[in-house]
Design a protein around this ligand. Structure first.
Ligand code: UDP
Length: 399
């Protein structure tokens, strides 16, 4: 299924990254005009991959690459299987049955007629086996998840498919080591500073969103934005918060979406709700639109990302861009973004998480200084313009 994307213009990014960067991108594209590139993944809504493709694909089109985005056509049972595969690849002890393999491979086969492109970029494990039906072009597997401690069963099942790709992209070295032996590229994800999720908002707009959800802006706000998923450890966030609120009156906001390739979402939401009991200062919000998420990130005093595994954590990047001090676990791709004590805090457990939150709530100046450094980090390394350049380099090398 083809995804229709909004139009975007690369020139609009000049104000943020400067003329030179944009000229560099245009220069690099010269030899690649009209190159047909397909991005293929499992969902157009929810989660980091969809978030990025909504900006990457239209900007690629704008610079002259013939880029398209398609998503898999699949039933619920397939997404149940791929959620298990996702969990297994991130190291969970879960079973992989013959029936599951059958559902997985059949759906991949059904989705194998992708069309005619020069480069196929296949995202994450869900559609990885479509390579079996490859007829033409160069194929790249872009793995976004944390495969540093994968359950071997799952790697062994997928490796015969993954190894057929011409190249793979990982966010950091540790993710690629055990899963792909061919040509590896290391490319960090990025955010779009002009998207509804990240663009500047007026104070009044922020207040309107918070008042819509009846949030009192005079009480410090601690927020985690994440799919409702065990790897994002929302229970751990609640535990840390319970410690914080004994010391400092504050409120915890957990914002989560239900991606349509994530069947665990609703089940896990109910579990969190139960865990939060009816404590009035723990607020769960679901399926906010992008401007609303933007407003909550901006209204927060501190943003938390207490993941147990994390491919990268765009939520970290988004908060850092908004000059927020982020307290996040030292896992997966997060340390690529946060340098502990400088532009955020890296923590190892719930107690440490609570302590850093308390420290930041008590030291406003330090929190501000960290927030400013955080924005600079994102500006230098994690904006979409850098990401486009990395893709152009990869395509140049492949062709
Ligand atoms: N997100 C959102 N609403 C939510 C929860 C998440 O818009 O309720 C977005 C979030 O802002 C980010 C993406 O989903 O852009 C999550 O990406 P991340 O890399 O943090 O995690 P993933 O979901 O890909 O594991």
């Amino acid at each position: 299924m083809r995804v229709n994307v909004a139009r975007k213009s690369i020139d609009e990014y000049k104000n943020i990254v400067g003329n030179e960067k944009i000229s560099e991108i245009k220069e690099k594209t010269k030899g690649m005009k009209g190159l047909k590139v397909l991005h293929f993944n499992s969902t157009s809504f929810g989660g980091g991959v969809a978030e990025m493709l909504h900006s990457l694909v239209p900007l690629m089109k704008d610079i002259g690459i013939d880029a398209e985005w398609k998503v898999m056509d699949a039933e619920d049972d397939f997404f149940e299987v791929t959620k298990t595969i996702h969990n297994g690849l991130q190291g969970m002890e879960v079973d992989l049955t013959e029936k599951m393999k059958k559902i997985y491979l059949e759906t991949n086969k059904k989705n194998s007629d992708l069309g005619d492109y020069d480069i196929f970029i296949i995202h994450d494990p869900q559609p990885v086996a479509v390579i079996k039906f490859k007829e033409r072009g160069k194929w790249v597997w872009r793995c976004h998840i944390d495969t540093s401690k994968s359950n071997r069963k799952f790697v062994e099942f997928l490796k015969p498919y993954i190894s057929e790709y011409d190249a793979s992209i990982f966010t950091i070295k540790e993710f690629g080591n055990n899963i792909y032996d061919g040509k590896r590229f290391y490319i960090a994800p990025s955010i779009d500073p002009l998207s509804e999720k990240n663009r500047n908002l007026k104070e009044k707009d922020i207040e309107n969103v918070l008042s819509k959800y009846k949030i009192d802006m005079d009480i410090p706000i601690i927020t985690q934005v994440s799919r409702f998923d065990p790897w994002k450890d929302p229970m751990g966030v609640i535990e840390a918060y319970r410690y914080v609120k004994k010391k400092i009156p504050s409120q915890l906001i957990l914002i989560g979406s239900m991606a349509n390739d994530d069947p665990e979402g609703l089940y896990y939401y109910k579990k969190i709700k139960k865990y939060a009991k009816n404590e009035r200062d723990i607020i769960l919000l679901t399926n906010l639109d992008d401007i609303e998420v933007n407003a909550f990130q901006r209204a927060s005093d501190i943003v938390v990302q207490k993941s147990l595994r994390e491919g990268f954590g765009l939520t970290v990047t988004e908060a850092m861009w908004k000059e927020k001090p982020v307290v996040a676990t030292k896992v997966g791709g997060i340390p690529l973004q946060i340098e502990d004590g400088k532009n955020g805090f890296l923590v190892n457990d719930t107690r440490e998480c609570a302590e850093k939150i308390i420290y930041l709530l008590k030291n406003k100046e330090k929190a501000e200084e960290i927030g400013e450094k955080a924005r600079k980090t994102v500006k230098d390394k994690f904006l979409i313009t850098r990401h486009i350049l990395d893709y152009l380099r990869l395509m140049e090398e492949l062709m």
